[in-house]
Ligand binder design. Sequence first.
Ligand SMILES: *[C@@H]1O[C@H](CO)[C@@H](O)[C@H](O)[C@H]1NC(C)=O
Ligand SMILES: *[C@@H]1O[C@H](CO)[C@@H](O)[C@H](O)[C@H]1NC(C)=O
Ligand SMILES: *[C@@H]1O[C@H](CO)[C@@H](O)[C@H](O)[C@H]1NC(C)=O
Ligand SMILES: *[C@@H]1O[C@H](CO)[C@@H](O)[C@H](O)[C@H]1NC(C)=O
Ligand SMILES: *[C@@H]1O[C@H](CO)[C@@H](O)[C@H](O)[C@H]1NC(C)=O
Ligand SMILES: *[C@@H]1O[C@H](CO)[C@@H](O)[C@H](O)[C@H]1NC(C)=O
Ligand SMILES: CC(=O)N[C@H]1CO[C@H](CO)[C@@H](O)[C@@H]1O
Length: 911
Amino acid sequence: MVVTKSVENRWLRRYRICFLIGTLILSFQIYLAVRFFRINIDNLNTSGDFDRIKVSNFEINDVENSVNSARRSKDSFSIDDEDISNSLIQQTKTKRDTVINKTQNKNQLHLRLEELDFIPTCKITTKEAISAIHRAKTQKCKQIISNITCLISDDLLYPKELPNYCPNEGFVAGKSLGCFKDEKSFRLLNGYYGNYKNTNSPDFCMHLCLQSGFLYAGVQYSFECFCGNDEPSATARLPDSSCNMKCPADPHLACGGYYTVNIYQTGIAKFTPQIAETTALPNTKRARIVFLLTLNGRALRQIKRLIRILYHEDHYFYIHIDVRQDYLFRELLRLEKQFSNIRLTRKRFCTIWGGASLLQMLLSSMRELLSSDWRWDFVINLSESDYPVKTGNKLVEFLTANKGKNFVKSHGREVQRFIQKQGLDKTFVECDTHMWRVGDRKLPWGIQIDGGSDWIALSREFVSYAASDEPDDLVSGLRIVFNHTLLPAESFFHTVLKNSKFCNTYIDNNLHVTNWKRRLGCKCQYKHIVDWCGCSPNDFLPEDWLRIQNTEARQIFFARKFEPVINQAVILQLEQWLYNSNFNKNMLNINSYWQNIYHYLDLTPSPDDSLLTVAQSIIRVNSKSISNKCKLIPDKIWEITSFHTDDAYQKTLVLYLANDTSAGQKVTVETSFKDKSTFVLLKSSPFLHRLKSLAVSTDYDPKEQTFRNFAQIMGPYSEPTLVFEFNSSPEVSAKTTNVSFLWIDPAGRLADLYDTSIDDNYVTGHIKPSLKQPLLPGSWTIKLIHKQVLAEIKFLITPLEFFSGNVVTQKQVSFIHSGSDIIKEFDSYWDKFLPNNFDRDTFLSKSIADSKRFGTDLRDWIDSLVSKFFIIGSSCIANDPNKVCARGFEECPNTNWSSYAPDPKSSLKNI
Ligand SMILES: *[C@@H]1O[C@H](CO)[C@@H](O)[C@H](O)[C@H]1NC(C)=O
Ligand SMILES: *[C@@H]1O[C@H](CO)[C@@H](O)[C@H](O)[C@H]1NC(C)=O
Ligand SMILES: *[C@@H]1O[C@H](CO)[C@@H](O)[C@H](O)[C@H]1NC(C)=O
Ligand SMILES: *[C@@H]1O[C@H](CO)[C@@H](O)[C@H](O)[C@H]1NC(C)=O
Ligand SMILES: *[C@@H]1O[C@H](CO)[C@@H](O)[C@H](O)[C@H]1NC(C)=O
Ligand SMILES: *[C@@H]1O[C@H](CO)[C@@H](O)[C@H](O)[C@H]1NC(C)=O
Ligand SMILES: CC(=O)N[C@H]1CO[C@H](CO)[C@@H](O)[C@@H]1O
């Protein structure tokens, strides 16, 4: 018995020990599992990671090549179209660069000092800075980048912390509320969450939450930081000892524990944007507005139309014109004489897209406005592509009711994500008209970051604060930060407003509706200007009308973008909607639009040599063909204009001085012409019936899906693009047809080859080959091939009579007109689609002979090519002192096409 019992006991003891160990292992595993899942679930549920999924979505789409992108008919972006920020931006560029430059990474990691004419003041090691310095064109720019990089690495550039002057109603930065119990499914702080393995601490988390605009910050589980706006309930309070995990940044401090959280006040009070008033108090003086027009481009007549519709003698127009736009500046300067409330700033900046100079320009113009004798209450920023969607009277009534308020539009998403997407956490340096990305940075602590749309309406009081000559610490600090920020105008004013004593004048409405079509507008289209990918809104078309109409009941006063070279009908529709259906209805030439593309007085931008060459040739050829009393010998070209009617390009107009040799006097003549290149179908097939067009030109705009080079004039230094358009197939057969496009140069050689497959839905696509410049001048051919040649189009690369605006020299000619000596090799399969060897030899020797032509001989060559590719239209006499010629020609002001034709919609004569 005893023996048995002791044996039994022994077994029992062993069993107990095993059970205990087993339970221990099991519970440890359960613990591990819970931890593991908890983190995963948290990760999935927070905005941070969810957003990251979206971001990568973007990147994939953005790097897809343009041919394929044309096939995506459905909007694949997950961001909604109403988004207001100008620039949901991705770092695609970085991604692509790292791929391309993988092999060079070893050399990229240190600066090639031998290429610099200065010695950097510090050792530059960040990859982005090194890359920027190597890519910058001028030594001065390289040195600026290097100087800024060194200032940053010595911690001398940016302020670390900035004051927040927004009243905080008793909230105290850093005030500890204690340790609280948190729950997985019901977070005490549910605004934002992040994992900070190395940097987390109460201080870190508080600053992060403050930056994102939250009232409370909570540290948990050592490395987690939570932000939220709801005060934690007292019932969740735990003894401080329950928060017992150490902070990664400082092991002496507690960073919560397992589902326990230390909560602090960040020091800001709850922010509620103001609601705009709709009616003014009686006897309020009507608000006076200054429209700050920041203009670029050449859309003079649209700008005049905009001023005309906004005009009121109580308003002011202050105009900044990009320093490179001589034409606009010269033409608009005339308005100063006519109107005392229109003025152009003489302090002009080169405002590149997204550049820091944009903010410098705005602040400079605002400062001038403050010191002027103009009595204004609001400044509203507009560009040439804005148009009002409410009458001026309604705008004034609205602003009168809201004097002292400031209208900006916030991004409306999570701040940390906004900072990342917008690149606010990167340093940018602007020089050589480029925004170079030089590395990461930390934004100053102590302030909220805000941003969104860069269309704003600001009160005089706030403008005098933000643009002050004697800024306080907040403003001067932010000016330094935003001097190195991409798209500064999208965040600077927002951030100043939120953190200043003006925070309670913030109205989250920028009075604008923007025509975002991200599928088209987000094609990373500014990468030649900024080291980043930017989006741009589309022009309004009649099909977008609902979007305009829907603003009727909303506090929205402007819409963008409008561009008459793309669509003018929608502008008229808008005017008629605003005023009445007869508004401007019978106005002369209401559906026509003229836009200057060359003016002889312009120094910048420099003239297009191929445009000038063709225009000279046109007027030469024209003078030979004119047979009437006048013997016109063309002399000097004054202007070239692009003429559009009913939203279609019609022709190009050349205005020039000519000697009338029969009367011995000088007359001003305008002659029109247009290209006549069309594609030809060489076979007949059901597939080919779907082919709507083939066209070749330059400056293809993938956003508006059109060529900006309407005249289709190209020279040896142009970069031609082919656009093809197919109707979608009536029967859905999911069949794809593989086709090839052969680019054949004037010597009959295959210059490039593109394969693509066209399926039933394929509507339009474009191909920009990588042709080596200079292109061989003459007649080029593109053949569309599917087993055989189906269609072809010829286009002209014109030889140049001018180079950099001057008549070419003999030395230049032989270089410019010889084509590139790099000839690509292709499979001999394609030979059968090219001219035969004998013809090719003939073409080649002709090309070689042509490339030597000079003087009159060169002009004859140009004239014969131009006559083949362009049709000359009518001519009119603009100015004929003795009315000798005028009898034989129409007078330009009497036509409906000349740039002298009446255009009352853009006239500021009688307003
Ligand atoms: C860069 O810094 C050096 C040394 O401080 C200075 O001499 C130079 O003028 C600066 N260059 C530019 C372009 O800012
Ligand atoms: C003002 O208008 C220009 C466009 O002309 C825009 O790019 C800029 O960001 C705007 N800035 C502000 C602060 O409104
Ligand atoms: C911003 O940069 C410009 C030119 O780079 C400079 O002239 C200006 O002083 C800078 N402003 C601030 C506040 O640093
Ligand atoms: C036009 O006539 C003037 C003299 O009247 C002459 O100097 C000039 O060379 C002529 N120009 C052309 C292109 O014939
Ligand atoms: C078209 O080309 C693709 C890839 O080059 C190929 O997979 C496909 O089979 C081709 N289709 C036809 C109909 O030849
Ligand atoms: C210009 O006038 C001609 C006839 O004089 C007419 O055929 C043409 O349609 C008019 N064009 C425009 C744009 O009004
Ligand atoms: C970002 C970067 O450095 N890009 C470079 C990659 O390599 C090519 C070829 O050397 C350069 O032209 C790019 O500037």
